[in-house]
Ligand binder design. Structure first.
Ligand SMILES: NC(=O)c1ccc[n+]([C@@H]2O[C@H](COP(=O)([O-])OP(=O)(O)OC[C@H]3O[C@@H](n4cnc5c(N)ncnc54)[C@H](OP(=O)(O)O)[C@@H]3O)[C@@H](O)[C@H]2O)c1
Length: 376
């Protein structure tokens, strides 16, 4: 089952599945609005159960393909995430829209291959609590978290620190003046990875790394003081763990998301992969440097939201989602993304130990607060 099959991760997950077609059968697919591609995927993989997030597009896909069991909206995504015949659910939608299908998959006892980081950022407390209650496996797909997951196998009790690596994005060498002139076209060119628009902009502001810090906190139960970020331009070291005896284990490989996607499916085994092998002769230099949080304040905002806890990470995430799409629409400048997120966070009255309802309310509140600020 893939929730978010038409995106960058969803398409690569289908490639991995096609490569190992003897091991998988796709029983359902869901996407947001790209009904044409969703229909093509369903026909190609012989999938009979499909959901489209945008209810208004239900008639389009219904007339395009016959013989499908069709669902729409949030209920449709949740229904498919809990589908009886699915064993593994890949959650690869973008944004907090991933929360409810992830919870539905956990409740239904599925193995969850989680690419969608916003779910753990916004709803980390609720999701991890439910996963413990249902003894559900959440296997990270995000390359940094997959790297840590692989380095930590059986040795979590000896952990001292997590080291998350970041490419630094396309503007890592820009001056503050140059950052003031960044356009959406410039921000959508990532130096090392080909990804969806939202995460590409997040990588350029370093908010992506901030979201990953919070994601790591919830996935590995590590305090924020023990999660460090390093800028590593080559994106060869995908992350590292430091143990109490001073040893480090790092995960290295080519920057190809099919590797962590496949690992989430093959775990605890490993299978041959269509990804290229690392050519050591062409990567003789591996550089590491601390991030510059003055030029990229979004990273520090995420640490702050994580440390405050409660509903604050949900507010950070929702304000950031709104800010990224406003930047892409030309309504705000690149540097205003972090400024406006900080402004929304400053206005929020935090609810500690939130339940699902408080998380969803905080998410909705932050979006409304952002839009009010934008109108001003
Ligand atoms: N791409 C990467 O390399 C990468 C790496 C690590 C982590 N991640 C994380 O993985 C997630 C997906 O990233 P991506 O790059 O694959 O994004 P993407 O290319 O923008 O794809 C997003 C997917 O989510 C679907 N979607 C969006 N809104 C929806 C809604 N309301 N209901 C149902 N489906 C909806 C989209 O469907 P339509 O296109 O049909 O609208 C699409 O299938 C993000 O959380 C990202 O942070 C991505």
């Amino acid at each position: 089952m893939i929730i978010g099959s038409t995106g960058s991760i969803g398409e690569q997950a289908l490639e991995v599945i096609a490569y190992h077609s003897d091991k998988f059968q796709v029983v359902g697919l869901a996407a947001g609005s790209n009904w044409q591609r969703l229909a093509e995927q369903a026909l190609h993989f012989g999938v009979k159960k499909v959901a489209i997030g945008d209810k208004a597009l239900y008639p389009n896909i219904k007339t395009a393909v016959s013989g499908l069991e069709l669902w729409a909206g949030e209920e449709g995504l949740c229904y498919l995430a809990g589908l009886e015949e699915a064993q593994t659910v890949i959650v690869s939608v973008t944004g907090a829209v991933g929360i409810l299908p992830t919870l539905a998959a956990i409740r239904a006892g599925k193995k969850v291959a989680l690419a969608n980081k916003e779910t753990l950022v916004a709803g980390g407390e609720v999701v991890t609590k439910l996963a413990r209650q249902y003894n559900a496996a959440i296997i990270p797909v995000d390359s940094e978290h997959s790297a840590i997951f692989q380095c930590l196998r059986n040795e979590g009790r000896f952990l001292r620190k997590l080291w998350l690596t970041a490419s630094g994005g396309p503007f890592r060498d820009f001056t503050p003046e140059e950052l003031g002139k960044v356009t959406p076209e410039m921000a959508l060119h990532h130096p090392n990875w080909s990804m969806g628009k939202k995460i590409t902009v997040d990588s350029a502001t370093l908010m992506n790394k901030g979201l990953e810090v919070i994601e790591a906190h919830y996935l590995f139960s590590v305090g924020y003081d023990d999660i460090q970020v390093l800028v590593h331009r080559q994106s060869i070291v995908h992350s590292m763990v430091e143990f109490i005896d001073g040893s480090f284990l790092a995960h290295l490989g080519v920057p190809d998301m099919r590797i962590p996607i496949q690992y989430a499916l093959s775990y605890p085994d490993r299978w041959p992969s269509p990804a290229l092998s690392l050519d050591w002769a062409s990567c003789q230099t591996l550089q590491f440097e601390p991030p510059d949080t003055k030029r990229f304040p979004a990273l520090e905002l995420a640490y702050e939201a994580g440390r405050i806890g409660g509903t604050m990470p949900a507010v950070l995430n929702a304000a950031n989602e709104e800010a990224v799409y406003s930047f892409l629409d030309g309504q705000i400048r690149f540097v205003q993304i972090a400024e406006l997120v900080a402004e929304v966070m400053g206005r929020h009255g935090v609810v500690l130990e939130p339940d699902l309802e408080s998380v969803l309310e905080a998410d909705a509140w932050a979006r409304e607060c952002f839009r009010t600020l934008l109108r001003k």
